[in-house]
Design a protein around this ligand. Structure first.
Ligand SMILES: C[S@@+](CC[C@H](N)C(=O)[O-])C[C@H]1O[C@@H](n2cnc3c(N)ncnc32)[C@H](O)[C@@H]1O
Length: 611
């Protein structure tokens, strides 16, 4: 069994930082105590809270005794081997005064140990007293499996027994082991879906389809190293880019849909949290003092403030234009709120508020669901995201504007805080992290802004045929956010059908072109993971053949669920899977041609069972 599983079971490390109740005492009980036990320490050689005789410090005319109480002193035979201090998850254990403090314990005349360590529940850092600049061992607790051998070698009781000769690792052990060989990366098995576990994605803003963050996160970590450049040319709501950034990689995210680009950019925009809170409170106050409630108020606002653009809805919609998706009262309230938001001068805060506003539009329209479960904590989507068409709800309810706007505030604040904490774990600010990101509106068929052979890994999930006409369906949000979609965008959108009646041949051609571009920008000996969720097995052959023609080598496909099993799939007891296949390709100098990508079963059958 892996050590992480053995020590911590299914503990969710992503949530520790956000859990205000997870304090230093929990770090000791939940993280440190099992680690020490597993290393071989027993209660006889663990001294808890040992008070050390302290020097007296003269402050002015007074003499004050300094308190020195290390959390753990680890004894081996008759000597003190090392000192360990627990910190709460929000505290730093590298480049911080905390390191100095524990150094003082280790060098204290009563201790004199050569090593000392700090652990905040999320990270572990061990230092040699001779060099406090850099830890000799540093790792995230969630990645303990890859560092366990080194930890044991360095700090287990065995390592300190007299007569033992130990050759200590002298470098900083933060990087992926040096023998990371891109070409020998294993194919991953199916990963359990944890869509709701990350606040940086869940509840931020609806999108038509979204990859589960933990799948993308695991793929990125498997196929790339820290610092690598990760590309998603069909980036959507930015799951690949965000996971690349929080795992300390650089990210390029491209999408033809301005709504998708707006969502990702506004989510990642760094804001000062206290200014953001002030701005929100100011807007709330002004809005509530002016909120139109009566018919007269509504008519007055409608005559004074512009509503959404009068854009046409796609065919198959229950009404013809965007304004018809809103009652007069909804339009008046939304217009007023938007006009107040627009007054915010800080562009990042303004865009974040508009992201909240856009999320509110998802709920505040005549297509929004009325189910009790859906409305309880703001779940549920506009029909465009649920049914892929504008369908008026049989019993529309009007959600309260400020209640839902405030809910959006809480969710997006939590998302931004989580992103900031992840950046800090990488010892970067959000601003520094964003310097490693390019979130661009563009087409996967033209990545000319990227140099040939410059990308280390591609994870992408393209549109699948007729299923979702993204640009057509985004019109409600675009009309409120003044986001422009050009004829050229429609021409380049890789879909079949839609308002522009695109043909299968056009769709195939756009997907093929995008694969050629992916091949060009990817470095040799690097990987492409291509999500396949098409109902038509013919499309499987198109992808495999196009990839092979470009020079990719097919390495294998893995069935992967991406969420709840659909109702249709649950109905059929013979279908075990619901979701997608992740097809993995390598770009090698001498690709083996796989005449027929063999999945051990007919692809038609697999598609039927999986997608
Ligand atoms: C399946 S979605 C991607 C969802 C994404 N993986 C996520 O987790 O949010 C496909 C995306 O491709 C975009 N798209 C369609 N044609 C495109 C093109 N030619 N270039 C770039 N993006 C395109 C759509 O706007 C849509 O956002």
């Amino acid at each position: 069994m892996e050590i992480k599983q053995k020590l911590f079971g299914n503990l969710n490390f992503e949530n520790i930082l956000l859990d205000k109740d997870f304090k230093e005492a929990d770090v000791r009980a939940v993280i440190i105590d099992p680690v020490l036990k597993e290393l071989g320490f027993t209660h006889e050689n663990i001294l808890r809270d040992k008070p050390l005789k302290s020097p007296f410090l003269r402050v002015g005319s007074k003499k004050r005794q300094v308190n020195l109480v290390p959390d753990y002193v680890l004894k081996v035979e008759n000597g003190f081997a090392w000192v360990l201090d627990a910190k709460s998850p929000s505290q730093k254990i590298v480049n911080d005064d905390n390191v100095e403090q524990v150094y003082c314990y280790a060098t204290h005349p009563e201790i004199r140990s050569n090593y000392f360590a700090l652990c905040n529940g999320l990270e572990f850092a061990c230092y040699k007293t001779g060099d406090t600049e850099k830890p000799v061992l540093y790792f995230r607790i969630s990645e303990i499996d890859g560092h366990w051998d080194m930890l044991k070698k360095l700090l287990s009781p065995d390592s300190f027994q007299s007569g033992k000769k130990i050759s200590y690792y002298s470098g900083i052990h933060t990087q992926v082991p040096e023998d990371f060989d891109y070409l020998k990366r294993p194919l991953l098995k199916e990963i359990p879906v944890k869509k709701r576990a990350a606040r940086r994605h869940y509840g931020v803003h609806g999108y038509f389809t979204r990859q589960s963050w933990d799948i993308v996160n695991t793929y990125i970590k498997n196929f790339s190293q820290k610092g690598d450049l990760i590309l998603d040319p069909f980036g959507g709501s930015g799951v690949t880019a965000i996971e690349a950034l929080v795992t300390n990689r650089q990210a390029v995210n491209v999408d033809i849909n301005p709504l998708a680009v707006f969502i990702v950019n506004s989510l990642l925009a760094p804001v000062n949290f206290s200014n953001f809170a002030d701005s929100f409170q100011k807007i709330k106050k002004e809005y509530l003092s002016k909120e139109p409630k009566t018919k007269n108020d509504v008519n007055r606002i409608l005559s004074e403030i512009k509503g959404p653009l009068n854009l046409k809805l796609p065919k198959g919609s229950d009404v013809k234009t965007v304004p018809q998706l809103f009652s007069k009262k909804q339009t008046a309230q939304l217009s007023l709120l938007k006009s107040i938001i627009k007054k915010e001068k800080d562009v990042n805060i303004r865009n974040t508020l508009l992201l909240m506003f856009s999320g509110l539009i998802t709920k505040k329209n005549l297509t929004y669901h009325t189910s009790k479960i859906a409305t309880k904590d703001g779940q549920g989507d506009a029909s465009a995201m649920r049914y892929y068409r504008y369908r008026l709800a049989p019993n529309p309810i009007d959600v309260d504007t400020m209640t839902y706007f405030e809910l959006r505030y809480k969710k997006i604040l939590a998302a931004k805080k989580e992103i900031e904490q992840q950046c800090l774990l990488n010892q970067k600010t959000v601003e520094q992290t964003m310097a490693d990101a390019q979130i661009l509106k563009g087409s996967a068929t033209d990545l000319s802004f990227l140099e040939t052979e410059s990308v280390d890994y591609i994870y992408t999930d393209p549109p699948y045929g007729k299923k979702i006409p993204y640009l057509d369906l985004s019109v409600m949000w675009n009309a409120w956010l003044d986001l422009k979609v050009t004829d050229e965008d429609y021409k380049l959108e890789a879909i079949e059908g839609g308002e522009h009646n695109k043909t299968k041949a056009q769709y195939n051609c756009l997907i093929s072109k995008s694969i050629q571009e992916m091949y060009r920008v990817l470095k040799f000996d690097r990987w492409l993971s291509f999500v396949f969720a098409h109902k038509d097995p013919e499309f499987w052959h198109l992808i495999i053949e196009t990839c092979e023609k470009c020079g990719f080598e097919y390495a294998g496909a893995v069935p992967q669920k991406n969420g709840q099993t659909s109702f249709k799939k649950r109905q059929n007891p013979f279908t075990v899977l619901s979701g997608q296949l992740i097809i993995n390709f390598r770009k090698t100098r001498n690709p083996r041609a796989v005449l027929k990508a063999n999945l051990g079963m007919d692809i038609g059958e697999i598609v039927l069972q999986t997608i």
